[in-house]
Design a protein around this ligand. Sequence first.
Ligand code: SF4
Ligand code: SF4
Length: 372
Amino acid sequence: MQTLDIHNLKANDIIRKCVHCGFCLATCPTYQLLGNELDSPRGRIYLIKSALENNESSADSLQHLDRCLTCRACETTCPSGVEYGHLLDIGRAAIEDKRALWQKTFRFAVRKFLTTPVLFNMVGFLFRHSSIQTPVIKPKISGKKVLLLGGCVQPTLAPNINHSVKNILTKLGYKVEETPQKQCCGAIDQHLSANDEALQKIKKNIDAWHSFEVIISSTSGCGVMVKDYGSLFDKDDVYYQKAQTVSQNTCDIAQFLADKDLSIFKTFNQTITYHSPCTMQHGQQLGGLVESILKRLGYEPSTVADAHLCCGSAGTYSIFQPKLSQQLKINKLKNLQASSPEMIVTANIGCLMHLQKGTKIPVKHWIELLGN
Ligand code: SF4
Ligand code: SF4
C-alpha cells in the first residue's frame, strides 16, 4: 500500500478529473434524502480537497464523509471517470484524527467483532438467516481447482450460500478449496480507516491466494475489495505483481457461471425480484449479469424502480448511521415488493441480512435458487 505522499498524489489526480458538473447528485442516495450539497459526491470531493490541500477539516466534515455509503453510484454516473471510492478512502484516513474518542472505541469494537471469527461465532449463530438445508456434496470429479472466498461472516450467518456454491461448482466438475473464515478480505478494516490492519490482512491473503488461477467470490462486497488489491500497491512494491494477479484472477460467481451450461440444475417455480447490490452494479460494474442468468434459468425477475440506489446496508453503515440506513431500507423494500414476489434474491450477505429484517418475504442469495 502506498505512502501518504503517494496517496495525496493519487487523490490530486482523482480530484482534478472532477469538472463539478453535478450529474452525480441525481444518483446519490444521501443527497436525495438530505438535500445538502455536502452530503453529495461533489460536496464530499470539496471537503476532501480542503482537508488534503489546506489542512482544513472538522468533525463536521467527518460527519459528511461518514454519511457516505461508499455505494459508488456516483462513479457509475460520472462522465469524467472520477474514482470517488478510492478518493473517499484517502479522505477518510486524512480526517480520521477529528473523530471523538467514544466513536473511535465503538468503531474499533465493531471492527474487531466482525473480523475475528472466534468472537463473532460466539453470538453470530443467533442471527443465522435460516437453518442449514444444503449439506455439501462429495466431489465425484476432481477437475480444475478453484478457490472460493468463504467470507468472514457469511459462513456463520448464511452457511447455505457457500454450501450451494460448492455443490454447483462440484457438479460442474471443479475441485473447490475454501478460504478459512479468518482470511477476511480487509474491507471492513479499510472502510473504517484502519488501513494498517487492512494492509496486513491483504498481504497475507495475497501470499495465500496468488497461485490460484481462479478465485471465486459469492459476496459482492468481498469481491469488489479483492478485485481492488491491484490498485493498492505502488509499482515498486514487492506485492504489486502478486496483487495484480489476485485481482485479475478474481471473479464473482455470476461471472464464472455466465458461460457455463446450467441446464443440469433444478430450479423452482417462484416469482422473484432481484436486488442488485451496489458492490455488484457500481463497484464491479456487473449490472444486469445476474438478471440475465436468472432469465436463462427460466425466472422472470420483475423490474425494480430506483434499482441503482443503495438498500442502506453498506458494510457497517447500518450500525453507524441507523436512521439513514433504515430510511433507505424502507424505500428499497417498497420497490422490491411492488410486484408481490414470493422471494427476493440478491448477491451480497450484507444486503440479504439487512433487507430480511424489514420483510416477511424470504430474502436469499440468488445462487440458492440452483443449489440443490
Ligand atoms: S464527480 Fe463526476 S459527476 Fe460528480 S461533479 Fe465531479 S465530474 Fe461531475
Ligand atoms: S458513494 Fe454513494 S453515498 Fe457516497 S457520494 Fe457516491 S453516490 Fe453518494
